[in-house]
Design a protein around this ligand. Structure first.
Ligand SMILES: N[C@@H](CCC(=O)N[C@@H](CS)C(=O)NCC(=O)O)C(=O)O
Length: 253
């Protein structure tokens, strides 16, 4: 494939979205400027035919690089690191990179569905709960994945119970145990290799949200607490506008 004719970037994203936050952090670390296009997820803009033509999974983020279309936050993160290798966001060692990819994948598969239980109860349910059956059916018909059809059905008709939330929190807290164990092994204070990497970036939105939902649980993971302080001190954290969930709720998306 040839080099893109233009280095213009456009990011379709949401302020509260963990996957969008991940990509904004990468862009900020690389110093890449981009046009910001907010996707109103409550309105279902991520399921519009125009958006699905870019991102067949019907989720944010999507990054346009010139005419190139990229989706899946972990893939976008590696693409940006390959395109602009400085500063590096992946460990140099191939084995550490493999460990990084499995860690990011574990977050995507294990942590994201559990975070949805909390976040969608706050951000999606108040609106989705008002839809009548015809409106719900119309929305579900446009959602491309069974997993997200189920998540939207849950917030519209069968809100997550307290027991389910407690179970989801137990699952989320495994991230902190895992991170403390990784940091114990790391001489540099980052999760893998010698520097801040896509592994750290992938964890940021989840650690932040766990800290908001369950500060006591974060506090008893000292290595992750120290890591979290360092993350927040990076200029990229502010540039990427990683803000408290409640504050992000007040921003349109
Ligand atoms: N694996 C995807 C997950 C993206 C994702 O789940 N995005 C959420 C926000 S964090 C979304 O678009 N939710 C709206 C919906 O599912 O309708 C990625 O990493 O890009």
């Amino acid at each position: 494939m040839s080099t893109p004719s233009t280095d213009s970037f456009t990011l379709f994203h949401g302020w509260r979205s963990s996957a969008s936050r991940r990509v904004r952090l990468c862009l900020a670390e690389k110093g890449i400027a981009y046009d910001s296009r907010l996707v109103d997820m409550v309105k279902g803009e991520q399921h519009s035919p125009e958006y699905l033509a870019m991102n067949p999974n019907g989720v944010v983020p999507t990054l346009l690089h010139g005419k190139r279309v990229l989706y899946e936050s972990s893939v976008i993160a590696e693409y940006l690191d390959e395109l602009y290798p400085t500063p590096p966001l992946r460990p140099a060692d191939p084995y550490a990179r493999a460990v990084m990819r499995n860690f990011v994948r574990w977050i995507d598969e294990h942590c994201l569905p559990k975070l949805i239980v909390f976040n969608w109860s706050i951000s999606m349910q108040p609106v989705a709960g008002q839809w009548n059956d015809a409106q719900l059916a119309e929305r579900l018909a446009r959602i491309p994945t069974a997993e997200r059809k189920e998540a939207w059905t849950r917030v519209a008709r069968k809100p997550y119970t307290d027991d389910e939330k407690a179970e989801a929190m137990r699952g989320l807290l495994k991230l902190l145990d895992k991170m403390d164990a990784m940091l114990e092994e790391s001489p540099h204070g980052w999760l893998l290799g010698e520097g801040y990497s896509i592994a750290d970036i992938a964890a940021v939105p989840f650690v932040m949200r766990i800290g908001e939902l369950n500060p006591g649980a974060l506090a008893i993971h000292p290595l992750t607490v120290a890591w979290w302080e360092k993350v927040q001190a990076r200029p990229s954290f502010k540039m990427a506008r990683i803000e408290p969930y409640e504050a992000s709720l007040r921003r349109p998306d």
